[in-house]
Ligand binder design. Structure first.
Ligand SMILES: NC(=O)c1ccc[n+]([C@@H]2O[C@H](COP(=O)([O-])OP(=O)(O)OC[C@H]3O[C@@H](n4cnc5c(N)ncnc54)[C@H](OP(=O)(O)O)[C@@H]3O)[C@@H](O)[C@H]2O)c1
Length: 263
């Protein structure tokens, strides 16, 4: 994958990435588990990963698991602190974990975004960060997220989107489309709450192998979505999820059918 913000500049989209919250927060002795998950995802075509300093050891574990793949992977991570000293320390650690550059640096939960944006823009202009973004998980913060989007200073947003969480359809997705911003979907499987799902026989008309793939394709089939980032601790699930990242995409009828199956 080219080092571009997915969506903004024409990278091949949509893509299935790999989230790391909880699943890659592992002690050193369990690094091998992460290596297998990342290798499984990579072998099946995943080329985007997402992490944060909020996720314990996940950033570091991910960095080690990417050994040998870094050049081919788009690394999205986050700054998560109100302190500007700690923010700079977070970036310094990330540069160490990810071979000297971060592809997409996101302001996590909009924490102190007004004070972080100016120095992050300098880092981007200096070439250590390629693109800037902002994230929030709560619908109550989407008004503020929209305000940040309208500044024209970010390239991508990360938001929750699945058949049970659709608040972004009201303002965030239309605005992202209008401004040409990338959209990365967190919680595409509703943190597992929508699994295991219906009987596999019900999936035949969707042309997918599993219910997790149906949910991932539901989000990816919205043309405003750039990437989904399901998290998993299973190499098999990582491969299965990556296989949802190719056409044909769902039309309105298939999407409605998935919504009905969700109940
Ligand atoms: N949740 C948030 O508030 C939040 C906020 C900011 C950013 N994010 C980012 O978004 C990423 C994704 O969100 P998320 O981790 O909250 O939730 P998610 O990806 O919607 O769901 C993760 C859960 O789905 C299960 N799973 C994954 N693939 C599966 C498959 N093929 N079949 C069955 N189960 C499967 C995983 O269990 P197994 O380990 O058993 O596969 C895990 O329990 C995070 O990792 C993080 O990078 C999340």
């Amino acid at each position: 994958m080219e080092r571009r913000t997915p969506g903004r500049t024409g990278v091949e989209v949509p893509v299935v990435g790999l989230g790391t919250w909880l699943t890659l927060d592992l002690p050193e002795a369990e690094q091998e588990v992460a290596d297998r998950v990342v290798a499984g995802a990579f072998e099946a075509g995943t080329r985007l990963v997402d992490s944060s300093p909020m996720y314990g050891r996940a950033e570091q574990v991910l960095g080690r698991a990417l050994d040998g793949y870094r050049e081919e992977v788009f690394v999205a991570t986050k700054i998560w602190t109100a302190s500007s000293d700690e923010a700079r320390a977070q970036l310094a650690r990330q540069l160490d974990f990810y071979g000297g550059s971060v592809d997409l640096e996101q302001i996590h939960n909009l924490v102190a975004w007004e004070s972080h944006l100016p120095w992050l823009e300098q880092e981007r202009d200096g070439g250590r960060i390629a693109w800037l973004g902002a994230t929030h998980y709560a619908a109550s913060a989407f008004g503020e997220l929209a305000r940040v989007m309208r500044t024209g200073r970010i390239d991508a947003v990360q938001i929750p989107y699945n058949p049970h969480e659709r608040e972004v359809e009201r303002e965030i997705l239309p605005l992202a489309e209008e401004l040409g911003l990338g959209v990365i979907v967190m919680r595409p499987l509703a943190e597992g709450a929508l699994l295991p799902g219906p009987d596999p026989a019900e999936l035949e008309r969707l042309g997918v192998e599993t219910w997790a793939q149906a949910l991932l394709k539901w989000a990816l089939s919205d043309p405003r979505v750039t990437a989904v980032i399901p998290a998993t601790s299973s190499p098999g699930h990582a491969r299965e999820n990556a296989r949802a990242g190719s056409p044909p995409w769902f039309g309105p009828e298939e999407r409605r059918y998935v919504e009905e199956l969700c109940g």
